[in-house]
Ligand binder design. Structure first.
Ligand SMILES: Cc1cc2nc3c(=O)[nH]c(=O)nc-3n(C[C@H](O)[C@H](O)[C@H](O)COP(=O)(O)OP(=O)(O)OC[C@H]3O[C@@H](n4cnc5c(N)ncnc54)[C@H](O)[C@@H]3O)c2cc1C
Length: 204
């Protein structure tokens, strides 16, 4: 039987946050117990939609309206939710949570080992002080005790490990990071960039 006294630290949840915490702690020599309530995912076998041509996607990718309304009313709003990915998501009916109906809070939750790290779109943006101060300016919740300057070195720390492709543009609302070379834009993207630059001088 597992004895918690055998461990220096316990990490609850194996998503990006828990995964990174466990990585840091184990690299520093701590013995870590990770607890995860989601199902294990078998590499390959459980990626149901991988390499699946569109015509083989169950129900042609259309939602199962009654089932989704009954059991996945929140999760089914995620763009990535369909019959090839439903097994990655929480069943809302079995995992209800309380929120003020006047201020709906849609909590998109994974139900697998690795959490939402198996679902995210791999876009890696830094938040700026516009984000860190937005709730205060809008009058929601409490003022966050951190600002961009506090977190910036940690963004760098993580970016250097994960590798983020991007172009340093000096945008105040999208701070530059520790970028690897940017991916080339395709012709449509180049055209949009040119149009935006032509019509919204200084926007890019
Ligand atoms: C479809 C989709 C696309 C996204 N795309 C992007 C993107 O492009 N860029 C971006 O920055 N972000 C994106 N996000 C958001 C991003 O994925 C999440 O913010 C991030 O993965 C959250 O990490 P986390 O570790 O905080 O939480 P999670 O990954 O949710 O991890 C929490 C873990 O804890 C487990 N857990 C919960 N309760 C318990 C319990 N009681 N005991 C044990 N374990 C428990 C869960 O099963 C889960 O594994 C996307 C999210 C979704 C759903």
């Amino acid at each position: 039987m597992t004895n918690t006294a055998d461990f220096d630290a316990i990490v609850v949840g194996s998503g990006i946050s828990g995964g990174w915490a466990a990585k840091e702690l184990t690299e520093k020599g701590l013995t870590v117990l990770m607890l995860e309530r989601g199902s294990p995912v078998r590499h390959g076998a459980d990626y149901k939609g991988e390499h699946m041509p569109p015509w083989k996607i169950p129900y042609a990718g259309k939602p199962l309206r009654e089932l989704y309304a009954e059991e996945y009313p929140i999760q089914s709003k995620v763009y990535a939710f369909d019959e090839t990915t439903r097994h990655f998501f929480n069943n809302d009916k079995k995992n209800p949570y309380v929120y003020d109906k006047e201020k709906p809070f849609e909590w998109k939750r994974a139900d697998v080992l690795g959490g939402r790290s198996l679902l995210w779109g791999r876009q890696v943006y830094r938040w700026s002080d516009l984000d860190f101060e937005a709730n205060k300016k809008d009058g929601h919740g409490i003022d966050w005790p951190i600002r961009y300057k506090d977190i910036a070195p940690w963004y760098s720390y993580v970016e250097e490990f994960v590798g983020v492709s991007g172009e340093k543009l000096g945008l105040p609302h999208l701070p530059d990071g520790e970028f690897q070379p940017p991916m080339a834009m395709n012709i449509v993207e180049r055209k949009i960039k040119e149009s935006v630059e032509a019509h919204f001088l200084g926007a890019i």
